[in-house]
Design a protein around this ligand. Structure first.
Ligand SMILES: NC(=O)c1ccc[n+]([C@@H]2O[C@H](COP(=O)([O-])OP(=O)(O)OC[C@H]3O[C@@H](n4cnc5c(N)ncnc54)[C@H](OP(=O)(O)O)[C@@H]3O)[C@@H](O)[C@H]2O)c1
Length: 446
């Protein structure tokens, strides 16, 4: 890997990269199949990713014809790595075993370990025999939609394909490693004005938020809309706020601390609610919701914007869905992609049907959507929301801070990159976009 790193740092040519040997093993972060029962009996908050995530050498898998090896300079933590590392709601080895039965190439994935990570930026070092559009030496970011083209439904929207998976979560050989195996149709050009870690933190949550509120497959928003955004300084919310602002909508952001309120004001979000300070108790007890608290929340939003939100950006799930359905405007859309606080959802259906509201589901993004979301980053219209950076050996600490909701935006992880700030190929454009805008979350995180 050292030779590959030196080639990257010295800007080697395609031929030079193509002639470098691929190492037989590489450093990676993974969970062990034999440890999948290690947290049995513990409550979720007590399950510590530092105990389950290991960093060590793993064997390099063979390359399928439609795949590439990417030398990973940096990656990022996503909530799915938290799920994998606490083995909730299910251990991910079942996904790998299912993929293992799918084909000869799929069989490589069913291993005693699962290399995690669903984001990455780096350099292509080898391409499979069927790869046409990419070559060794290309600087790339990776989106996590892992899908092939042999299912007819994939040709309408690849998120509908029966064998659609999330790379590094439902497949092996993920991005929290020095090397990754990805399909060529996961690659996108690295935004030239960003460092490796700034480029690595966007694809998963930026593309997800793009599909949820910008793409026709999502809500979608239009100029003048009011969008309620839960977790607005988190991985999804930090991009959703930017899409709302860029698209002429009014975001109403919900967060849980005065620091996060200040961060979002600096991002340009005028209406921010601190849910902890407001003390909303949407649930009286474990089984009963309190509609007077939904009303209080709705009034607070109206007092800020003069109207109800016609789009609600949902992902906390059980704790918030009742309130989300209630406060959404008549005819509006609640778009959901997750259920962090619990997936058995309850809401009052009368507020949905009598006011003709829609609940719309969304999951990651197809290649087109991920590509378009990446283009907005490359154009400097969407900024990375990187707030902290850990070395690969600190992946457990990084996952723990996301598990405990102690972070803002995204947490980056340096893989091959020896330090932060490398990989900026277009400093002039960076200056034009503005260092302050690009590093807003990083400065807050510090
Ligand atoms: N389907 C998909 O394609 C997809 C893609 C990405 C992520 N996800 C899922 O979406 C969820 C969020 O991901 P993320 O990357 O944005 O995570 P994140 O960075 O942890 O941000 C989530 C934010 O949600 C807020 N939140 C958490 N629990 C809450 C509760 N009970 N009530 C209200 N707000 C709460 C927190 O903000 P405050 O404390 O500041 O309010 C937190 O910062 C995760 O479950 C993840 O697995 C799904």
């Amino acid at each position: 890997m050292q030779e590959i790193l030196e080639a990257i740092l010295s800007g080697a040519s395609t031929d030079e990269f193509a002639s470098l040997p691929i190492p037989e093993s590489y450093r990676a972060a993974f969970v062990h199949r034999e440890e999948q029962g290690m947290f049995e009996g513990l409550a979720s908050p007590d399950k510590d990713p530092r105990r389950s995530l290991h960093v060590d050498e793993v064997a390099t898998p063979e390359l399928a014809p439609d795949e590439v090896y990417v030398a990973i300079m940096a990656s990022a933590i996503n909530f799915n790595t938290v799920w994998t590392s606490i083995f909730e709601p299910l251990p991910t080895f079942g996904f790998l075993d299912r993929l293992g039965k799918e084909s000869e190439w799929g069989a490589r994935h069913a291993l005693p370990y699962h290399v995690v990570g669903s984001d990455g930026a780096g350099v292509v070092v080898r391409v499979g025999s069927a790869v046409r559009s990419w070559k060794p030496g290309d600087r790339v970011t990776i989106h996590c939609n892992y899908v092939d083209d042999q299912d007819p439904t994939a040709h309408d929207d690849s998120m509908l394909a029966a064998n659609q998976r999330i790379w590094g979560f439902e497949s092996n050989f993920g991005g929290l490693a020095d090397l990754a195996v990805v399909k060529a149709n996961q690659l996108m050009p690295k935004p030239a004005h960003l460092s490796w870690e700034e480029a690595a933190c966007n694809a998963l949550t930026n593309s997800t938020s793009y599909r949820m509120i910008v793409s026709p497959n999502g809500a979608p928003m239009k100029q003048g809309d009011t969008i309620l955004i839960w977790g607005a300084s988190g991985g999804l919310g930090g991009y959703a706020c930017q899409f709302a602002l860029n698209g002429g909508a009014t975001p109403v952001a919900v967060v849980s601390s005065p620091e996060k309120v200040a961060l979002l004001h600096e991002l340009g979000v005028e209406h921010v609610i601190d849910r902890k300070a407001a003390g909303y108790r949407f649930w009286k007890d474990e089984h009963t919701q309190d509609d007077s608290e939904w009303r209080r929340f709705g009034k607070d939003i109206r007092a800020m914007t003069g109207e109800d939100p016609n789009i609600v950006f949902e992902h906390p799930g059980r704790q918030t869905m009742g309130a989300s359905v209630f406060v959404c405007a008549r005819g509006g859309t609640i778009v959901t992609c997750a259920a962090t606080s619990g997936y058995m959802i309850e809401y009052d259906n009368r507020h949905l049907w009598m006011k003709l509201k829609t609940i719309k589901s969304s999951h990651f993004a197809n290649y087109r959507e991920a590509w378009d979301a990446n283009k907005l980053v490359a154009q400097g219209r969407i900024q990375p929301i990187l707030s902290a950076v850990h070395p690969l050996t600190g992946v457990g600490d990084a996952a723990l801070s996301v598990h405990r909701n102690e972070h803002e935006g995204k947490i980056g992880v340096l893989c091959l990159a020896p330090s932060e700030g490398l990989g900026i190929d277009d400093p002039e454009f960076r200056e034009k976009v503005g260092e302050d805008r690009i590093t807003l979350f990083r400065r807050h995180g510090a």
